[in-house]
Design a protein around this ligand. Structure first.
Ligand code: HEC
Length: 116
């Protein structure tokens, strides 16, 4: 092929494989996308949202109850422990270095859609 077309073909291939990688079905109905408590919302927006609003690196999506159900089954203790110490792609403290344990508990309750 003409050399000038090569980058175009590469970009098309990259786009195609990006689609193929994302095998998760779109989530039709998510809960509220921002916590009701403004303080928790502020932390969520600056620390957790970038990953948990779009499933970056397989993060469970905010409000996706099905994705959170097996995680909630571990119990809040374990979820807090994984949030504070990190867990696979989940960075320690979820990048919120001034968060308290109760902030994390509120965030987890919100993100998992178990807050009612
Ligand atoms: C850099 C991306 C990123 C950020 C920022 C992030 N997370 Fe995560 N989080 C992940 C990923 C990826 C997982 C899935 C880890 C796994 O199960 O392998 C995850 C999983 C979790 C889990 C489930 C852990 C378990 O035991 O199943 C909780 C709870 C959690 N995150 C809370 C938070 C909170 C709270 C914040 C903000 C303070 C946050 N995360 C910010 C990427 C992120």
């Amino acid at each position: 092929m003409p050399a000038i077309l090569r980058p175009v073909v590469l970009i098309l291939l990259a786009l195609l494989s990006a689609c193929a990688d994302d095998q998760r079905a779109p989530v039709p109905s998510l809960g509220p996308s921002t916590p009701a408590d403004p303080e928790v919302a502020e932390i969520y927006n600056r620390s957790c949202r970038s990953c948990h609003a779009q499933g970056a690196a397989q993060a469970p999506l905010t409000g996706d109850r099905a994705a959170w159900a097996p995680r909630l089954e571990q119990g809040m203790e374990v979820l807090l422990e994984h949030t504070i110490s990190g867990y696979n792609g989940m960075p320690p403290l979820g990048m919120c270095f001034d968060c308290e344990e109760e902030d994390f508990a509120a965030l987890i309750t919100f993100m998992s859609g178990s807050g009612g």
